[in-house]
Design a protein around this ligand. Structure first.
Ligand code: LLP
Length: 427
């Protein structure tokens, strides 16, 4: 696997018999059995990440942020590790419930919750609804919501892509401090329980500085709450946000380092203001499932467009992974059927969609690619299938879980019949 940053591959990835094997199953077997594009999840990697969070935060309520990849089987695996779910729509709530996650371990988010969503949260017995707007208060009370947190935006610019920053001044999420105080006061007056505060500063964080600063800020804000309202948070939900390595040179903190730093800082900030130490909730998404997943594509056309650009077209693209278009996301890749061969040059991996911008990887070193090769793109477990579309009427890929030499379908491939079934047609 020459030239590939091994930090991006699932833990069980290996080369056996001259090809890439994940969870003990050869890439070619997976492609033949389930077709391509295929998102392959390694159970060992997923569980290692889940357990790292547990080790670093043994007393916290850990919630999988379902938006990273809504999937019932993954939710079941995580539930068996004691995880609950952070959901932000009726749909995500349905996935959590289908996986048997008890309401006790469900937290409901959303910057524009409908009355129906608030009622569904109450009916599911969700532990907390996170208030994100003043207009939600009366509606949450009317829906008989059990308990709430208030989401506050500290005005911190996390060092990540602007589209996935959420705690800056002017964010559409949460409430600026004065309105958050108002929300706590009004919610309590409306008879709602307000158990604590929520904060999520952004996603794909590659350092701890912004998160640390946000916790210092939150400690001072909690002290303001006590001074102004005679109320202190019993719960602090720190959201998610820890990044993963996609390409060489990125060095995100480990899960244990990130969480240990945040919890240490929380203890310190709370002690500084003489506040009662709160219970903690964490909502990781990407750092739980991102590295567990890789996508297998089949190579089709190989076309030399200029002296310097040779396109390698795969049988998917921006419909199964729009992150390059949305965030300028970068990926690595390898030929899964010839991972050990020497690179022959740099290639541009493009998809099959009708747009010139449908480029998955601008430049990657590969052995000379040929029609029929299998291209593996690591670190695609989070925010790929969940962001997938049917652009060009392309059905969305399947996902499998691999472990101990076995592969199990956890999401079937969409079919053309699935797409046509949505059409209103004269009979
Ligand atoms: N909690 C809340 C309230 C969130 O909004 C999010 C992510 C998370 C937890 C989980 O964050 P994570 O641990 O995954 O960073 N589509 C983008 C990422 C959007 C993240 C949205 N919120 C991407 O592909 O990079």
């Amino acid at each position: 696997m020459d030239g590939l940053t091994t930090g991006t591959l699932p833990d069980s990835a290996a080369v056996e018999g001259g090809e890439l094997v994940v969870g003990g199953v050869a890439a070619s077997t997976l492609a033949e059995r389930f077709g391509t594009p295929l998102v392959v999840y390694c159970e060992e990697t997923l569980l290692a990440a889940a357990r790292a969070y547990r080790e670093a935060a043994p007393n916290a309520l850990l919630l999988y942020s379902v938006k990273a990849f809504p999937n019932v089987e993954l939710l079941r695996l995580l539930a068996a590790e004691g995880y609950g779910a952070d959901v932000s729509t009726l749909g995500e709530l349905a996935y959590a419930r289908a996986a048997g996650i008890p309401g006790e371990r469900i937290v409901v988010h959303g910057n524009n919750k409908s009355d129906e969503e608030l009622r569904a949260a109450a009916e599911a017995g969700a532990r907390f609804v996170v208030l994100d707007a003043l207009d939600e208060i009366e509606r949450a009370a009317a829906a008989a919501v059990r308990s709430t947190l208030v989401r506050v935006t500290p005005g911190i610019e996390a060092d990540t892509h602007p589209a996935i920053r959420t705690a800056h001044h002017g964010s559409k999420f949460g409430l600026p401090p004065d309105q958050a105080l108002e929300a706590i006061r009004r919610a309590r007056d409306a008879g709602l329980e307000v158990a604590g505060l929520h904060l999520h500063i952004g996603s794909q964080l590659l350092g701890v500085d912004a998160a640390r600063a946000s916790i210092d800020w939150l400690g001072a804000f909690a002290a303001d709450c006590r001074a102004e309202l005679g109320w202190e948070p019993e719960i602090v939900d720190l959201g998610g946000g820890l990044g993963i390595q996609y390409v060489e040179g990125e060095r995100p903190p480990t899960i244990v380092d990130f969480v240990t730093t945040l919890l240490g800082r929380l203890g310190h900030a709370w002690a500084l203001h003489g506040l009662e130490q709160p219970s903690v909730i964490l909502e990781p998404g990407r750092s739980l499932v991102g590295h567990a997943g890789l996508t297998l594509y089949r190579v089709g056309v190989v076309k030399q467009a200029t002296e310097t650009t040779t396109f390698v077209a795969v049988d998917g693209g921006m419909s199964d992974n729009p992150r390059p278009q949305l965030y300028g996301a970068r990926y690595e890749a390898l030929l899964a059927n010839r991972p050990d061969e020497e690179p022959a040059g740099s290639y541009t991996v493009c998809g099959k969609h009708c747009e010139s911008g449908d480029v998955l990887i601008e430049s990657v070193r590969l052995p000379e690619p040929r029609r029929g090769d299998l291209l593996a793109v690591p670190a695609t477990g989070a925010y790929t299938l969940s962001l997938a579309s049917n652009y060009n009427a392309v059905p969305r890929p399947a996902a499998v879980l691999v472990a101990d030499g076995k592969a199990r379908l956890i999401r079937r491939r969409e079919t053309l019949d699935d797409l046509l079934a949505l059409e209103a047609r004269a009979t």
